[in-house]
Design a protein around this ligand. Structure first.
Ligand SMILES: NC(=O)c1ccc[n+]([C@@H]2O[C@H](COP(=O)([O-])OP(=O)(O)OC[C@H]3O[C@@H](n4cnc5c(N)ncnc54)[C@H](OP(=O)(O)O)[C@@H]3O)[C@@H](O)[C@H]2O)c1
Length: 308
């Protein structure tokens, strides 16, 4: 089978298309015939060597975190899925042996969920990593209905899910994004909009007296985003690192994890038309380097997805 790999990750020109043996599922695993796999900032970082210290020098690794596909074989002990099932799923690439940007990939059955029915696999592949991250960030924020939440990077892949899921929880959302994305983020359910280029923290404080109850910051805006939180509120960083607390603010850092149960809930929302997915472009697996370059060029709205 063909797979997107790096051996000496030093940029997108070090991305290879490699012929590998089809993997065999171990106990509790699924082998999935991959129909689509998204490209994320974490993949760009991997191809640029940011995680090279996690892999012995010269060892080849398959890239990719999440997929949509068809179960092809199951390992011992798997009861929830059987060959032919359409699934979505996430592998925690930093710890997993291999990624999923390939014709076949292994997933822990506990990390997979039934794919949303009636949704094209390329679109479904945009769900797992980003929607799970947004859901976990909102769990960390732990705000009650009616509370105010600002999402920095609201038009981004993670931020777009965060706005939608927060609005569905009854939060009043300030979406911080570029002016040309105002319509999009309001459509996601934002109550207010703050232009990211015009001191958004001041704009937020003008909208919500004293500052918002919470901020989620997948844009990694840092101090500007933190300063929009009211005293004693909560700040959730886009990275799994909680910045130093100030003004009694509880600070958190989100870390996504494979979670088939939660993913099934999110897929259910998609199927019910209550969570919208966005696809920007698909690329053939063999042209993965172009897909990576496209995402790195910025300004993408929606997922960049590889199709084997
Ligand atoms: N911790 C975890 O487990 C986890 C999981 C998934 C992702 N992440 C991280 O989350 C981050 C976001 O990922 P993503 O896929 O959503 O990326 P993305 O689609 O590029 O979203 C980032 C968004 O933030 C916008 N932005 C940039 N600077 C801004 C600012 N100062 N104020 C407001 N908006 C700003 C960008 O706009 P433009 O496109 O116009 O620049 C873009 O819309 C990445 O760093 C990713 O690595 C973390």
């Amino acid at each position: 089978m063909r797979a997107v790999t790096v051996t000496s990750p030093q940029g997108f020109d070090s991305i290879e298309i490699t012929d590998l043996p089809v993997p065999q599922p171990g106990p509790g695993q699924l082998r999935v015939r991959v129909r689509a796999s998204a490209v994320h900032p974490a993949d760009l970082a991997a191809a640029n060597g940011a995680f090279a210290h996690l892999t012995p020098p010269g060892e080849r690794r398959v890239l990719g975190w999440d997929l949509a596909g068809t179960v092809d074989a199951v390992g011992s002990g798997v009861e929830r899925f059987r060959p032919g099932d359409e699934v979505v799923g996430l592998t925690f690439w930093l710890a997993a042996g291999e990624g999923v940007q390939a014709e076949f990939a292994l997933l822990d059955a506990s990390a997979a969920a039934p794919a949303p029915v009636g949704v094209d696999p390329a679109l479904a592949a945009t769900l797992p990593l980003n929607a799970l991250t947004a859901a976990y960030a909102l769990d960390l924020a732990d705000l009650p209905p009616g509370a105010t939440l600002a999402v920095f990077g609201a038009a981004g892949a993670v931020g777009g899910f965060a706005v939608q899921l927060a609005a569905a929880r009854g939060l009043r959302v300030v979406a911080v994004a570029a002016a040309y994305d105002e319509h999009l983020v309001r459509d996601y359910g934002a109550t207010w909009f703050a232009d990211r280029s015009a001191q958004p923290a001041s704009a937020i404080r003008a909208l919500v007296d004293g500052g918002v109850d919470g901020v989620y910051d997948p844009a990694l805006a840092g101090a500007e985003a933190l300063s929009a939180v009211r005293d004693g509120g909560v700040y959730v960083n886009g990275y799994p690192v909680a910045p130093e607390s100030q003004r009694g603010i509880r600070t958190e850092g989100v870390q996504v994890a494979p979670d088939g149960v939660r993913l099934a809930e999110l897929a259910g929302l998609v199927e019910a038309g209550r969570l919208r997915l966005r696809l920007a472009e698909t690329y053939p697996l063999a042209d993965a380097a172009s897909a990576y370059k496209r995402l790195a060029a910025g300004g993408v709205r929606g997922g960049i997805v590889l199709v084997p």
